[in-house]
Design a protein around this ligand. Sequence first.
Ligand SMILES: Cc1ncc(COP(=O)(O)O)c(C=O)c1O
Length: 378
Amino acid sequence: MDKQYLLAPGPTPVPPEILQRMAEPVIHHRAPVYEKILAEVREGLKYLFQTKNEVLIFASSGTGAMEGTVTNTLSAGDKAIVVEGGKFGERWTDICKAYGVKAQVMPVEWGQAIDPALIAKALQTDPSFKAVFTQATETSTGVLYPIKEIAEIVSRYPGTIMVVDGISHLGAAELPMDGWKLDVVVAGSQKAIMLPPGLSFAALSDKAWEFAGKSTLPKYYFDFKKELKNVVKNQSAYTPAVSMVLGLAESLRGIRKEGLQTIFARHAKLAKATREAMLAIGLKLYAPRAYSDAVTAVLAPPGVDAEKVVKVLRDKHNLTIAGGQDQAKGKIFRIAHMGYVDKFDILMAVAAVEMTLKELGYAVEIGKGVRAAMEVLI
Ligand SMILES: Cc1ncc(COP(=O)(O)O)c(C=O)c1O
C-alpha cells in the first residue's frame, strides 16, 4: 500500500483523534447532548478567534462564509475596497459583483503585500466605502498582509468595516480579532483548524453587527442574524454538520491544550525551516519579504516547470503540495505547513523536493536543503 503525504494549503492532514471523534455514531442536534457539545465549541471558537463575540458556524466551504459576509453587512450599490493580490482577493471582488456591491479593486503585485498607506489614502479621499475586504494570508501567493496596520486605519472610519478572510491563516498565526479591531473574520475547517473541508465560520464585531442590522442584500441560508439567535441557545437554524461539529470540538480541545502562542511559534519555525531549505538549494521565494507562516510559495528554478514538480511529487513520491494558479501557474509550487504538521513532515517534504528537482534535471546538492531545515528545527 502506498503511504500518502498531504502538505497542500488545504485540505490539510487531520489528526487521528479528530477522525475517531467524527466516526462516533451520529447524534441528534435538537438534543441536550448536542447542545452541551456546541456550548463547548462556542467557547473554543472564541478562544481561537480571540473575540468576546459569537462565532457562527456554517455547513459550507470557506467561500460560503465569504459570501454571507457580503450579503449580511452590505446593501446593493454600496462601495467597498478590495485588496486583490491573488486568487482569493479576486474572490471578494467576484462576490461583490454578484450582489451589486461596487468593488474598488486595489491591485497588488502577486508575491507582494499591500501597502497600508494606500488604504489610508483611498479612505481619506472617499470615506463612503462601507468595507475593506482582504485576506490575512493570500494562499495563492504565500503572502502575509499587514492586517493590524490596515485595521488600525479602518477603525478610524465609523462607516467602514474591516473584513478579513482568515481562511488560510487563523490558527496558524496571530489574528486577534478584538485586539486588532477586526470587524469580520472568516475561516474554513480544512486549514489550520485541522478538520476535513465542510465547515465555514464567521465572527462579527459589534460594529459589524450594526451593519448587519441595516444590510438589505438577499440572504437565506447564510442569514447571520438568524444564526446568531440560534447559536446563543447552543443551536443552529438548520441541520448542522453534526459529525464535523464533533470533530471541531476535538480540534478546539487540542488547540486550547497546545495554546495559541505555542501553535504560532511552531508554525513560524516550520515556515522558517521551509524557507531556509529552499534558499539553501538555490531556489527563490515568491514572497521574499512578506511571507506567510501558513504556506511557502517557491519559484521553480529556471527551465523547470513547477507543475512538473508538483506532478512528480504526487505521482512518484505520493506527496501532495500545490502548484501556482493563473499567472503563477508553472512558475511556483507551494508547500503548506498549516495545522497538524510537525518538523519531520517538513524534513520529508524538503527531501522529496530535492529528489524531485534532481530527477527533473536541476543540479541540486542532495541533503543541503534538509540540513538547512534541520538547523532551524533542532
Ligand atoms: C485565503 C483563502 N480564501 C478563500 C478560500 C476559499 O475557501 P473554500 O475553497 O473553502 O471555499 C481559500 C481556499 O483555499 C483560501 O485559501
